[in-house]
Design a protein around this ligand. Sequence first.
Ligand code: SER
Length: 314
Amino acid sequence: MRKILVIGAAGQIGSELVPALREKYGNDNVIATGRKTPLPEIITENGPVIYLDTLEKDLLSKALFEYDINTIFHMASVLSATGEKMPQTAWNININGLINVLEAGRRYNIDRIIWPSSIAAFGPTTPRENTPNTTTLQPTTMYGITKVSGELLIEYYFKKYKLDTRSMRLPGIVSSETLPGGGTTDYAVEIFYEAIKNKHYTCFLKEDTVLPMMYMPDCNKCMIDLLEADVYKLKRHVYNITGFSFSAGELAAEIKKHIPEFTIEYKPDYRQEIADSWPKSIDDSLAREEWGWNPNYDLEKMTEDMIEKLSKRL
Ligand code: SER
């Protein structure tokens, strides 16, 4: 039976991953951890919750021991835009946090560790269209540097210690429950809130900036599918995955179909340079071949669902 520790449960992905995992594996078998940000009620009311800072090794060991954990989702990370404001902190949390998790995983015989990488692992020297799984990884952001280093680390822990580590390079994630914080793809979530509340959005990226994205239900699906994938079918530890790509202008046009009064203006800031260093579209054929990755949402379906969910709530 899986006993899962989700590190970073207050974050954009963690806050929706925990309920999805609890539905599949049982409320008491999924332990949510948070640090500074309070956890949402849906998480605190339905199952175990503990305080955890991955930089405190003893707390991590205690949690694994006390809850008899055999599976870890390590979702805590400083994202790309915040990482450029405080690169040393990004390195500390993203890399020292990860190595503590890997070390604890090795010592406590953890059966499986899922840790997301990102499209930020790519850089300006990577082919930007249909970016292959194996290609140049020369990112120019600290966040990207921690993702490439992390990819190498999880492969090393497998090779050296036989720790079953698995990773997917996440594109921008669009979601309706928790706002992302400090990423370059955050505009694709903020735009929905502003379109519904104020009918206007000032976008920090240019109109024609195309980035790979994915809707949260597909993100949950991809986490669970990779966790469950048969180890004998997996030929690598890190997989490209994507939902679909769109530009800021295309997303705005899709929103306008539902909210005709919606207007948008573009005032690119320092995040434009980050976006320009990332791929426009991703080749995820290896994930499809090796563990059956297959997203359900496209731009139209996602926009419809986001507007429906947020309109009810806001
Ligand atoms: N969503 C992330 C960011 O923008 C990409 O992994 O930083």
